[in-house]
Design a protein around this ligand. Structure first.
Ligand code: ZN
Length: 369
């Protein structure tokens, strides 16, 4: 087993648009560069793993102390970085060396095995995928269509016979974007093998960003009284009584407000709408509006809203579409994301005797971190 694995992680990641290089960004529970290190270790295919970094990363170095890992400081360009790493292992007389870009965390161990196997009869083995996009090429302001079956998008890890690669790399003066280019420049054969679609390069922040999801619960109950209009979900429902309260008593909208406040950890409805004169007889859609505006302004979006309306009458099935349509409008949320269930209480207690209506709500919201 005289194989070595070089991970290039000294790049600045300019397309990433963040203040630290992408290889130090968190991705699925660890920093990006660690995915490649861990997989190379797990494969047990390598005598040593060389990790090229731009400056000393104490935490990273400490984490891998005692393992078969060496950290090397990179150079100005990619080719300087990989040459630094090649020089570092030269004395150990490697047979094979694989060079990998830290921004590709998703390669498989079987790909590593295949590359090493094919090195028996080749100087250079490089994985590729075909393009799924149509490709145009511009020459002198004129666009030409390229046949995408003849286009090879090359990936890493790329595998080489050490001696040959070292010989080419140490005399290269120009700019190269990968080690395969060195072989092409020198008219040497490369063995191309099918790569993996999942082995994509993390280039933009969107590639690693994942939304954070929160849940909130809301509950409300109001007494039914004669000579008052019944409002549920922001609309008037014909009924023998209406809900008593400082406001219009809309138990659905009040529960939704509390669920949102719960999911965003912003206390409760009474904090924003206390029983003071200013809010006497306020319509509930007016209470919901600033809460929703604030939620959307903070870049949250709603995944799901589930409502249990607990009452003997009116029958929810009769008004379900009307009520969810109204909520959809008030919350600027597609009706498909809203579910309204009716729940009777077998004529038990105050709700069973049509003296009160209750409601409970669970909401799920997400935000990109
Ligand atoms: Zn209420």
């Amino acid at each position: 087993m005289n194989n070595f694995f070089i991970i290039l992680g000294a790049g600045k990641g300019l397309r990433f648009g963040q203040n630290k290089p992408k290889q130090y960004f968190n991705h699925k529970g660890k920093i990006l560069i660690e995915h490649s290190i861990d997989k190379a270790l797990e494969s047990k295919l390598f005598k040593k793993i060389i990790v090229v970094i731009s400056k000393r990363q104490k935490k990273l170095i400490d984490k891998y102390k005692g393992k078969r890992i060496k950290f090397v400081i990179g150079g100005k360009e990619r080719k300087d970085s990989s040459l630094n790493a090649l020089k570092k292992i030269r004395n150990e007389k490697p047979n094979n060396v694989l060079i990998h870009d830290a921004a590709r965390p998703n390669f498989s161990i079987s790909l590593l095995k295949n590359l090493i196997k094919l090195l028996k009869n080749n100087y250079a083995v490089v994985p590729y995928i075909n393009s799924i996009d149509s490709i145009k090429y511009k020459i002198n302001k004129k666009l030409i269509n390229l046949n995408r079956d003849n286009i090879y998008l090359t990936q890493t890890p790329q595998a080489f016979k050490f001696k040959k690669l070292y010989q080419l790399a140490s005399k290269e003066k120009g700019v190269i974007t990968d080690e395969a280019s060195l072989f092409i420049k020198n008219n040497l054969n490369i063995k191309l093998v099918r790569g993996e679609n999942k082995n994509n390069k993390i280039t933009f922040l969107e590639d690693v960003k994942k939304p954070l999801t929160y849940y909130g619960i809301g509950f409300d109950i109001h007494k039914l009284v004669k000579n008052k209009k019944l409002y549920l979900g922001g609309i008037n429902i014909p009924f023998h009584s209406g809900l008593e309260g400082h406001s219009d008593g809309d138990v659905i909208l009040h529960s939704i407000i509390d669920a949102i406040l719960g999911a965003t950890r912003k206390k409760d409805i009474g904090t924003y709408f206390p029983n003071i004169k200013k809010f006497k007889n306020i319509k509930s859609p007016k209470m919901l509006k600033p809460i929703i505006d604030n939620l959307l302004k903070s870049n949250f979006y709603i995944n799901n809203l589930d409502i249990n309306l607990i009452c003997e009458q009116p029958k929810v099935s009769k008004y379900r579409d009307k009520i969810t349509k109204s909520i959809s409008k008030l919350m600027n949320l597609d009706q498909d994301y809203i579910n309204l269930k009716g729940k009777t209480v077998e004529k038990l207690g105050l709700i069973g005797k049509e003296k009160a209506i209750a409601c409970e709500v669970i909401i799920s919201i997400s935000k990109y971190d």
